[in-house]
Design a protein. Structure first.
Length: 231
């Protein structure tokens, strides 16, 4: 079988590979179980840890869904990834809090609260919050790529490295996130099949996105970039 081009995003492979994997149905059902047990927190971290493992396999060129062994490692990976995202989203949260403190909020008779930007500062803060939200979502693949490459929380907090990955091929960063749309359209379509449909499409949508993230990590890894010509 022809090896994957390390500098090429294989979109079709991300959508096909789950159903070529041995025992894919049981692996999907176990992922469903972790999602169902997300309220226990442990289930949530194992859920994301498995997706991190999917990304790791895709980064290395593996064409199979990972097995459900080494649950401790999956728990660890899921915990690190969620902590990393939480830390990255702290500045955004601060922006929203500052904006809320400058906005004019009113309450209706039904008890619903509505906040309206009042004044130039409030408007600028709101616009900055929207821009920061978009930027942070664009950085998620790069943040995960840093975790896959470094294996440590400190690697995900290397701001320069994260932005270098995201800016290495800006179109790639945008395309990877835009592919959320067809992946989760499959999930929505599964609602038509009610329980059985969702049990398949829910994990499928997530592993497709995780595989794309893994390919993103491989493409943006410094070790596979073509050497730059010196002057």
């Amino acid at each position: 079988m022809k090896a994957a081009d390390p500098n090429h995003l294989d979109i079709g492979e991300a959508f096909r590979f789950p159903f070529r994997s041995k025992g894919w149905l049981w692996k999907f059902l176990l992922l469903d179980l972790c999602a169902f047990l997300s309220f226990t927190v442990v289930g949530l971290f194992v859920f994301y840890g498995y997706l991190v493992e999917v990304s790791r396999h895709a980064r290395s060129g593996d064409r199979e869904l990972p097995s459900w062994d080494r649950l401790g490692e999956k728990l660890h990976d899921g915990l690190l990834f969620n902590i990393a995202l939480l830390i990255w989203f702290v500045p955004l949260l601060i922006l929203y809090i500052v904006w809320a403190s400058t906005a004019r909020c009113t309450s209706s008779e039904s008890g619903e609260s509505t906040c309206i930007s009042s004044g130039m500062l409030s408007v600028l803060l709101l616009v900055a919050s929207y821009i920061a939200t978009l930027v942070l979502f664009l950085l998620i693949p790069a943040i995960l790529a840093q975790l896959l490459a470094g294996g440590r929380l400190t690697a995900t907090l290397n701001v320069a490295a994260v932005f270098r990955r995201a800016a290495f091929k800006p179109a790639l960063t945008v395309v990877v996130l835009l592919l959320y749309i067809p992946a989760f359209f499959v999930l929505v379509a599964g609602l038509a099949g009610l329980l059985v449909g969702v049990l398949i499409t829910y994990p499928y949508a997530f592993v497709v996105v995780a595989h794309l993230y893994g390919q993103f990590a491989r493409i943006t890894d410094p070790t596979v970039r073509p050497p730059q010509l010196s002057d």
